[in-house]
Ligand binder design. Sequence first.
Ligand code: BTN
Length: 258
Amino acid sequence: MPHQIGKHIIELPFTESTNTYLENLLDEQDLPEGTLVITDKQTAGLGQGHNTWESEPGSNLTFSFFLKPTFLKPEEQFYLNMSVTLGICGFLSEQAGIDKMAVKWPNDIYINNKKIAGILIRNIILGDSLESAIVGIGLNVNQEKFSPGIPNPVSMFLVSERKYNLKECLESLLKHLNRQYQSLRRKEFDVLRERYLSHLFHLGVVTLFRDKERSFRGTITGITAFGELIIGHDTGETKTYGFQEITMIIDNPADYLL
Ligand code: BTN
């Protein structure tokens, strides 16, 4: 498989951010699809939006890979998020016997209301297709303690009370990511969407949200074909929200009540 994720691996003792490293490398040279950059230590790990990603050196998996999903139209790009998310869920369930995981829209992996993994995807669109994507994954594996500033973190160790071999974890995770990417290449959109919805955190549960203006109660009823979140408001109206337009308030919701 020419596009296999992790067929070519670049291992770095440390780097600012594997996403940034891969982006810079791609500016300088062509790389085979599936090229993966991994490090034990990121000095400036990136999270979604303006967030950073903290990870204890040597304890977790922090890596990025490069894809050319040119078979996807720009409006189908959320299916890539779904396939990556599902790859991580499949790994957690098979490798660590962890199956209480949920996907907090758009693509955070949660276990019992705590975040175990984050995904950062940078897509480049050219004309009517997705020219390339850099997918960064941070998965908390063996970390025992997190700094107090990180909201709700958890690791595989904290969930299952055992330590893991990081190399074996990477191998197994790549198997699952490749499986879901194959499903994406076959354009099994309905299957991906159904699997994603079956893991969606707080689907059908009354939840407190905050948008640009206010906090409100609503219920997630699904996602649109473009990956926007569909929320039924208490008032009876239904609205859709894109990335960064809405936050789910899980910690201390009483602090936000109207
Ligand atoms: C998030 O949940 O905010 C996304 C976190 C993504 C973190 C990973 S770690 C490897 C890759 N390199 C980065 O700088 N970020 C991603």
